[in-house]
Design a protein around this ligand. Structure first.
Ligand SMILES: [Zn+2]
Length: 417
């Protein structure tokens, strides 16, 4: 009996000692939250370049497309709480009806809602189709090429989701989901995350999740490879389902007691946003949002670390020509510029390789003497690990071309080589 008590005592002590790292993590997360609060207070205004920044989320599911119990009320409330300007719904394709038409569309609260779909090809490749359309339920499990030609024929967007299991890299899609909250969550060590969740999740749900994020290096490399030879947009997918968690008591009518849900819409919408740039003279509309997403006039921001609104990667041609934003073609010799509302380490990559870096700055510029595909990653090193390796902002590229290869109408820089 005495031996048994001793074993119990030792096990109890070990359990207590094992909790120390997670208690330390709670302390660190609390400190991180106050550092972020202080940093956000130091936001600087950004120059007027003729664009307005609107923030939203892409890749959201509700009860309409299955795999989710989320209601329209929950969605609209979460979008309003977060001050979102747009939400792209991506309902799973239904058998008997058009789930993209039955989900949230038009304007609710502040946000413009766009009904899209998520669908799978015969080879198991997955796409977000924005906007969705009725015939998609007959196009499930056709080949990737056939699906893309049907989507392209209707002038809708085909965005690759789950790029880790995608193979048809030569096919004609419009964008790649380089960072997915859902995939990142699945990649976390479940034991470590669960212990962190027990200690920190109720007080700091978003930061508890964000501290487990890792830079999506493989997806970015896949994107860079495609973007080297043609224009393509990158984006972050929230993949919000509002369906991961548990409750102790409940019934089929959704009455639950002692419920913990890890992926509430509000939490997922706060973590990461897609920012789009719309010309100042244009009103925000469904068409303007789709045009910005198509042309890569956008970037993704882990806004829980600091509001990235106003961050901009651009090239100014001068002579009254419009500023060329991400997604544009500019001539070799153009000066690429970055402005950040928060001090950050700004990294410029050319065809996926780092060619410029500047620490703790709010602006940077780089003369692009060589043709290539240039994009920016910004890091908030001051927040410590893992955020010195996990970007806060990832922009779409600016494409630097030989002057002779530029279409007319594209702003010509003043300092061409
Ligand atoms: Zn999904």
């Amino acid at each position: 009996m005495r031996t048994f008590k001793r074993i119990l005592l030792v096990a109890g002590c070990l359990l207590l000692v094992a909790q120390i790292p997670f208690a330390v993590n709670l302390y660190r997360t609390a400190r991180l939250a106050s550092e972020i609060e202080e940093m956000n207070r130091s936001r600087s205004s950004v120059p007027d370049l003729g664009f307005k920044d609107y923030k939203g989320v892409i890749h959201v599911h509700s009860f309409v497309g299955g795999h989710s119990t989320g209601t329209f009320d929950e969605l609209i409330r979460a979008a309003n709480e977060n001050g979102l300007d747009f939400v792209v719904m991506t309902e799973h394709v239904a058998n008997e009806f058009d789930s993209s038409a039955k989900t949230l569309n038009e304007k609710h609260g502040r946000a413009i809602w766009i009904g899209g779909n998520e669908t799978t090809t015969s080879g198991g490749e997955k796409f977000l189709v924005i906007e969705g359309f009725d015939e998609l339920n007959k196009l499930r499990f056709v080949s990737t090429d056939e699906l893309l030609s049907e989507i392209g024929g209707r002038e809708k967007l085909a965005f690759v989701t789950y790029p880790e299991s995608f193979k048809s890299w030569d096919s004609d899609f419009d964008g790649i989901e380089v960072f997915s909250l859902h995939t990142n969550a699945k990649g976390m060590n479940p034991f470590l995350f669960l212990m962190d969740a027990v200690w920190s999740f109720r007080t700091y749900p978003e930061l508890t999740m964000a501290r487990h994020f890792r830079r999506p290096s493989e997806n970015l490399a896949r994107f860079d490879k495609v973007a080297e030879s043609r224009k393509v947009s990158l984006f972050g997918g929230n993949d919000a389902h509002s369906n991961i968690g548990f409750h102790l008591f409940g019934d089929d009518a959704n009455n639950k007691l002692f419920e913990i849900k890890y992926d509430r819409y509000g939490t997922i919408f706060r973590l990461m946003r897609t920012h789009i740039l719309i010309p100042e003279h244009e009103e925000l509309s469904r068409e303007a949002i789709l045009a910005a997403l198509r042309s890569g006039r956008s970037f993704l921001g882990l806004d829980i670390l600091g509001d990235s609104s106003g961050f901009v990667f651009y090239s100014e041609a001068g002579n009254g020509a419009p500023v060329a934003s991400a997604g544009s073609d500019v001539a070799r010799g153009s000066v690429l510029q970055v402005v950040s509302p928060l001090p950050a380490r700004i990294v410029i990559l050319k065809d996926g390789t780092k060619i410029f870096e500047s620490e703790a700055v709010r602006s940077a510029e780089f003369e692009a003497k060589e043709t290539g595909t240039y994009r920016v990653e910004a890091y908030l090193d001051s927040l410590g690990a893992p955020f010195d390796e996990m970007p806060w902002v990832i922009t779409n590229p600016i494409y630097v071309r030989n002057p002779s290869a530029l279409n007319t109408g594209v702003p010509k820089p003043t300092n061409q080589n």
